[in-house]
Ligand binder design. Sequence first.
Ligand code: SF4
Ligand code: SF4
Length: 211
Amino acid sequence: MTDDGERSTPGKGLVQGLAVTLKTMTKRSTTQQYPDVEPELPPRSRGVIALLEENCTVCMLCARECPDWCIYIDSHKEEVVVPGAARARQRNVLDKFDIDFSLCMYCGICIEVCPFDALHWTPEFEYAETDVLDLLHDKNRLGEWMRTVPPPPAHDVLGEPSKEEATAARKAAGPGAATAAKADVRRTSTPTAGRPNRAAHAKPEPPEQPQ
Ligand code: SF4
Ligand code: SF4
């Protein structure tokens, strides 16, 4: 019975329930048979973070920007002798790079801010542990995830070429092309190029007065 005292049709609820059952029975089941069948995830799924150690310069940007403070980095400096250089140079050597996935909230900020493409998303998600402490992945484990990183999406064919591509195309065209392009630019930017044509805009001469 409804609040205002109206009596509902007897058996209406039963019919409605049966209608839902019949509708569901004729639909294809969407049950995922995981773990027997692997799910097909979109290529940009956020599963786990992989580290390409060779690209990491220990700039610490990722650790500083991580809102959860769950990236731990340690390094030391090493001298590198460059032939011909006046003195030895120094470079950072990565000793420790850990991510604690029990704290990580998968925001992706670390990957976005890394200026050297050292961090990548992979759709791999099967790394559940029975001990929460095992969710701390060190640099070796993070490096192993690199094999599961999908290839980057293809370039947009209608997009503008990158600075690097434009430079490579200029070099491939040879020095003549570069000189011609510069000459073109100079020609169009000569001081007279943008000025109005004085002859075209000159005042008309007044008509001759009769003597
Ligand atoms: S995804 Fe976000 S929370 Fe996780 S390590 Fe990166 S910055 Fe930190
Ligand atoms: S931002 Fe990139 S290069 Fe810098 S420390 Fe993190 S992973 Fe390494």
